[in-house]
Design a protein around this ligand. Structure first.
Ligand code: FE
Length: 254
């Protein structure tokens, strides 16, 4: 199994704080059946600054340690980029690091809204040959309330990644149900852990795939696994035409 989103690099963000944390996470990942993991530290916020070059060096170092520790896990470089107006300049300036140097770049929205410039920015990114992958849309308040926003972005070529723990109920029932709706409406293309540690924000990949298998069948599980493999090689992924999420009767006024 491949995990496309994980905060396993030590001491760079709110994920692993030390090398021993990273090693514990690596062992847990292997337990889950993960053989390849993309290290995706937060690019930048008030407390961290993780440009491309720093991540590449840290990933190399962590792979060296894992080899020494005889842990059978390969770490690939990546980054979780908070959406911002200068993303394209950041990419050209060598700050932004897509997943394993492919066109796929993980983009995070603020938790409560989707900036209005996103559609234009995604258009520009795609014109440059990049493919934006929106991480954890199921946890964004505005998307939960107005799924049409996500539908429009996906229709115009954006991809999305649902967090494994969301499907297991780790963020509550509402987010769990919405995550399933995203899958059923072809509005998501990847499942990843977004693991930060081995306690409160662990991997849950096996559990999530179990939930998907039970609700929509094994074919969907295979598709998600295959898509992760295609992404790290920079190949075209499988996707179906997105559909609008049908509102439940409960919400109908008339
Ligand atoms: Fe993350």
């Amino acid at each position: 199994m491949i995990d496309l989103h994980c905060h396993i690099l030590p001491g760079v963000d709110d994920g692993a704080q030390s090398l021993s944390d990273s090693i514990a996470m690596a062992k847990k990942a292997v337990d889950q059946g993960i053989h390849t993991i993309v290290a995706t530290p937060h690019h930048r916020n008030n407390s961290y600054e993780n440009p491309k070059q720093t991540i590449l060096e840290r990933v190399k170092e962590l792979n060296r340690v894992l080899l020494e520790e005889k842990i059978d896990l390969k770490v690939l470089p990546g980054q979780e980029v908070r959406v911002h107006g200068e993303m394209l300049e950041g990419y050209h300036g060598g700050e932004i690091l897509p997943v394993n140097h492919t066109p796929y770049v993980l983009v995070e929205f603020p938790s409560n809204h989707v900036p209005r410039y996103t559609e234009k920015l995604f258009y520009d990114l795609q014109m440059t040959g990049l493919i934006p992958v929106i991480v954890h849309p199921e946890r964004n308040q505005e998307i939960i309330e107005h799924s049409e926003i996500l539908y429009q972005l996906v229709k115009k070529g954006a991809l999305t990644q649902v967090t494994a723990a969301s499907l297991c109920g780790g963020f509550g029932k509402k987010i769990k149900n919405f995550s399933m709706q995203l899958i059923e409406s072809n509005l998501t293309h990847f499942i990843a852990s977004d693991a930060h540690n081995i306690t409160s924000r662990s991997f849950k990949m096996r559990d999530a795939f179990g939930v998907i298998e039970k609700k929509v069948g094994m074919d969907m599980v295979y598709m998600f696994e295959e898509n992760a493999a295609l992404v790290i090689e920079g190949k075209t992924i499988y996707k179906e035409d997105p559909e609008r999420i049908k509102r439940k009767r409960l919400f109908h006024i008339f």
